[in-house]
Design a binder for this molecule. Structure first.
Ligand code: PLP
Length: 399
């Protein structure tokens, strides 16, 4: 114990403000149980279970063999940035094209979110975002002494934002508004009308920048994906964050990017210069192959849609559980409030008792209390087995 406190003395005060993404903590415990010989189903971690497509792997291997193993420019290889700008413009159906100067490549979307927030926020600045939310938004804001201002998402509105509640939270101190559609953890999708009202707010409060985290833009089951970037008159205040992890099953490659107004992109480049320097050159080459090759996200989506339907139907048959059909991402967010509001305790119980790893909704902020997050990137057989185990275990849970 003495060692711990001495070690603790060495830490800067900012270390005490560092949050953590619960998915990785639960994943760690699930792996421990597995090492003890338990049969564990992993629904806790948000990654496609597909392997990276062969043509992308082959391009990465070929790039290593061709010695693309040296430093790359801080914002990314120019030809890769050109391809990203072109893809992002076409995919979103934009009139004003993104240009190379807008693109900064990063080792995952997470890193660029953090770096952008570090570049934009002063202490006391308010960061508005819908909650339950991807935990990095609040973690970065708190680390930077900015003020997280969550706006609760309501199940009754299919987990889209209540614009009156949002309007009430935006003030002249708001510096950043973060949108994440399709959303982690709810799978909810914002409509064009939602975005139009956010765009109106942005015009009323000219100080804030909109960061639209579109990492699940390829995981959409309803109509065409709508991007906030379509509100092109706000281009000088809009940052799009996207990446390869979820779309191309490339989580471990660490490859993401932002599309930002040039002034912000230049600071993101400087942040890259001072932190990760550049993304591995051969990883960028693999990313180029992903954008140039067959559109694998579309094929993966069909599989995800089928799994979603099986899982959600099964969840709705469990006593005390109800679940909306999510329109995007690969998460189900069932309501378990009839069983308990202590979702994290129920989550641990299901892991320890039934060997099903999943997350309590409150890992994504207070607004997630009374829900579970289930990543359904697993085979149909595994989903059915997990549902069977939950059906057996839930009656044994004592609140
Ligand atoms: N944004 C959201 C909403 C996410 O859920 C994730 C990953 O789970 C990320 C960003 C980061 O993705 P990556 O760093 O793998 O590109």
């Amino acid at each position: 114990m003495a060692t711990v406190s001495r070690e603790h003395d060495y830490l800067g005060s900012a270390a005490s403000r560092l949050g953590s993404e619960a998915a990785f903590t639960v994943f760690g415990r699930a792996r421990e149980l597995q090492a003890q010989g338990r049969d564990i189903i992993h629904f806790e971690i948000g990654e496609p279970d597909f392997d990276t497509p062969e043509h992308i792997k082959a391009a990465g291997i070929a790039a290593i063999q061709a010695n693309f193993t040296h430093y790359a420019p801080n914002p990314g290889l120019t030809e890769f940035r050109e391809m990203i700008a072109d893809f992002a413009t076409r995919f979103r159906g934009l009139r004003i094209p993104f240009r190379t100067e807008n693109v900064v490549v990063s080792p995952g979307a997470k890193q660029i979110i953090w770096n952008l927030m570090a570049a934009l926020l002063d202490p006391g600045d308010e960061v508005v975002y819908a909650e339950p939310a991807y935990p990095t938004y609040a973690a970065a804001a708190e680390y930077l002494h900015a003020v997280p201002v969550p706006v609760p998402l309501r199940e009754a509105r299919k987990f889209s934002i209540d614009l009156d509640e949002l309007t009430a939270k935006v003030t002249p101190r708001t510096k950043l508004l973060i949108i994440n559609s399709p959303s982690n953890p709810t799978g909810g999708v914002f409509t064009r009308e939602d975005f139009a009202l956010i765009a109106d707010l942005a015009e009323k409060f000219p100080r804030f920048v909109v960061m639209t985290d579109e990492i699940y833009s390829r995981n959409i089951y309803g109509e065409r994906f709508v991007s906030f970037a379509e509100f092109e008159h706000l281009r000088d205040r809009t940052i799009v964050v996207d990446g390869f992890s979820k779309a191309y099953a490339m989580t471990g490659w660490r490859l993401g990017y932002c599309l930002a107004p040039p002034a912000i992109a230049r600071v993101a480049t400087l942040m890259a210069n001072n932190t990760y320097a550049c993304v591995s050159t051969f990883v960028q080459k693999a990313g180029m192959a992903a954008l140039a090759g067959p559109d694998t996200p579309v094929e993966m989506n069909e599989t995800f849609r089928h799994r979603r339907d099986v899982l959600v139907a099964g969840l709705n048959e469990l006593p005390g559980v109800s679940c909306l059909v999510p329109d995007g991402a690969f998460y189900a967010f069932p309501n378990i409030s009839q069983i308990t509001m202590d979702d994290q305790r129920l989550g641990s119980f299901l892991l320890e008792e039934a060997g099903v790893g999943l997350l309590g909704g409150s890992c994504f902020g207070d607004a997630g209390a009374g829900y579970l997050r289930i990543s359904y990137a697993s085979s149909i057989d595994t989903l059915k087995e997990a549902l069977r185990r939950m059906r057996d275990a839930l009656p044994k849970y004592r609140a």
